[in-house]
Ligand binder design. Sequence first.
Ligand code: ZN
Length: 80
Amino acid sequence: MMNRKLEPTEVKKWVREVLSTRPDEIDCDECMEQLDRFVEMTISGRNAAEAMPLVHHHMEHCGCCHEEFEALLAVLRALD
Ligand SMILES: [Zn+2]
């Protein structure tokens, strides 16, 4: 637990962020969880973006997850 009290302004900011997130969007944790499957689909030549649109959409906006995807793809391709 945090050992400091949350300021009301911080709480308001947090609530705004939560409310502004679309319910069909996933966060980085969820993206990472599904990334293996996304990469496997990509490698097997299936349309991963169509099968897993939320992961695809997240990576379009998140450079960090996209880098993870590229790295995973490179590793798995090297293993083949
Ligand atoms: Zn992300």
